[in-house]
Ligand binder design. Structure first.
Ligand code: BTN
Length: 327
């Protein structure tokens, strides 16, 4: 892994690097360089090889860098951050942080990875997490007064994510209840909250965020819903460390507001971003499948659905668009 990391560090600028240069840097033979390039390809990245010039990535990407992230955060957020871990590869940043929470990790502890071997999605799904510039981030929050203060938290997190995205790239992102980020009706990012502890006492929540920045072909083919990535919207490399710094600061703002029970402004902002308002949908809830028209969220973040003349409220479930029948 160390050698793979070093190879990528060299190639990530998107320029050509000769076999000789790579061999010197990595202190290995040319044959080993070739094998390393194969490993990079197996990890899902396109590498061009041109005789006489060497190797280059089809698409450069900015590697995650702790110092760059910290340098772009304000003093208050840096102080609140506690600890920032950046891994090359973990099974799941959420899984890693849940383990660390059991061993006493503090509120604000944040974990990032370049690659997840077992990324976790909502409702038991797998989150495609290839190498190549996506963002996989988890942050731990400790809460002393029970889960009630968490109401609305997942929706507020979606708003925080959109705020961070907008600071870095101009894009028309919206939300799909409860906390998907969508652009042009396709999923750009997802949020998974994992909670542990006493419902009425001390508990902790790991907020996990996955952003599609550039999905390779094989990962893209494995996704069973419409998706989009930042690269296909902007066609240029993303300033990942800048986005991560903004995201961490926005998440901390949500945490501070949640502690003071002041999440209502986030819910108000969520309403303005609701890309399913007034749409005919199918909702897969724990107690069955319901069709109806989306009537927004209530003050607790529950989805309101007009169904057979009633207004139903849902605290969990999965929404999908339902095409209107032809008239
Ligand atoms: C969803 O299904 O929409 C939620 C996806 C959440 C994925 C992120 S990636 C970072 C963190 N670690 C995980 O294993 N999952 C979350």
């Amino acid at each position: 892994m160390q050698r793979l990391a070093e190879t990528l560090r060299i190639l990530s600028d998107g320029n050509f690097h000769s076999g000789e240069e790579l061999a010197q840097h990595l202190e290995v033979s040319r044959g080993t360089v070739w094998k390393q390039i194969e490993t990079v390809r197996e990890a899902g990245l396109d590498v061009f090889a041109v005789r006489g010039r060497g190797y280059r990535l089809s698409q450069p990407f900015e590697l995650l860098d702790r110092e760059q992230i910290l340098a772009q955060m304000d003093d208050g957020s840096r102080a609140q951050l506690d600890q920032l871990d950046i891994h090359w590869s973990v099974d799941s940043t959420n899984g890693r942080l849940m383990e660390q929470a059991k061993q006493g990790a503090n509120s604000g502890h944040t974990v990032l990875a370049e690659l997840q071997t077992n990324g976790r999605g909502r409702r038991g799904r797998h989150w495609q997490s290839p190498l190549g510039g996506n963002i996989y981030l988890s942050q731990l929050w400790r809460i002393n007064d029970g889960l009630s203060s968490l109401s609305g938290l997942s929706l507020a997190t979606a708003v925080a994510l959109i705020r961070a995205l907008r600071k870095v790239e101009a894009m028309e992102a919206g939300v799909k209840w409860p906390n998907d980020i969508v652009v042009q009706g396709k999923k750009l990012a997802g949020i998974l909250l994992e909670i542990s502890g006493e419902p009425a006492g001390p508990c902790h929540v790991v907020v996990g965020i996955g952003i599609n920045v550039k999905l390779g072909n094989s990962a893209a083919q494995a996704i069973d819903q419409p998706w989009i990535d930042i690269h296909s919207l902007t066609r240029r490399p993303l300033a990942r460390n800048h986005l991560v710094a903004q995201l961490i600061m926005e998440l901390m703002r949500v945490h501070r507001c949640a502690e003071q029970q002041k999440l209502q402004p986030y819910l108000q902002e969520w309403r303005a971003l609701d890309s399913y308002l007034g749409k005919q949908v199918e909702l897969h809830a724990p107690n069955g499948v319901f069709t109806g028209v989306v009537r927004g969220i209530d003050n607790f973040g529950a989805l309101q659905l007009a169904h057979n003349g009633q207004l139903l409220r849902f605290h969990s479930g999965e929404v999908s668009l339902r095409p209107r029948p032809l008239e």
